[in-house]
Design a protein around this ligand. Structure first.
Ligand SMILES: [Zn+2]
Length: 87
C-alpha cells in the first residue's frame, strides 16, 4: 500500500475532475460531428456516365430514388423519376 497525505489525494481528485471535463467536451464535439454523418442507403449501379468515372449510385430518401455521382471534379445528385412513389 502506498501512503498518500490528504493533500496529495485532493490534488489527484482535481486532476480527475479536469480529465472528466475534457472527456465530456470531446464527446460533445464528437456528437456534434456525428450529425453530419451519411445516413442514407446508397447502392452502386452498373451505369457509368463517362469513361473512367465511377458508376452512378442510387440513394434512397423518403422512398424516392436519386442518382448520385461523386467524382473528383463534380458531384451530382438528381431525382431518378421512376421510383415507386410516382407509379
Ligand atoms: Zn421519386
Amino acid at each position: 500500500m502506498i501512503w498518500t497525505s490528504p493533500h496529495q489525494q485532493n490534488m489527484n481528485n482535481t486532476t480527475k475532475t479536469k480529465t472528466m471535463k475534457q472527456l465530456v467536451l470531446i464527446l460533445a464535439v464528437l456528437a456534434l460531428y456525428s450529425c453530419t454523418e451519411a445516413n442514407v442507403v446508397k447502392e452502386k449501379t452498373k451505369y457509368v456516365v463517362k469513361d473512367e468515372y465511377d458508376p452512378l449510385e442510387v440513394v434512397v430518401m423518403d422512398s424516392c430514388e436519386y442518382l448520385y455521382g461523386d467524382w473528383s471534379n463534380a458531384t451530382v445528385l438528381t431525382h431518378k423519376g421512376n421510383c415507386k412513389n410516382h407509379k
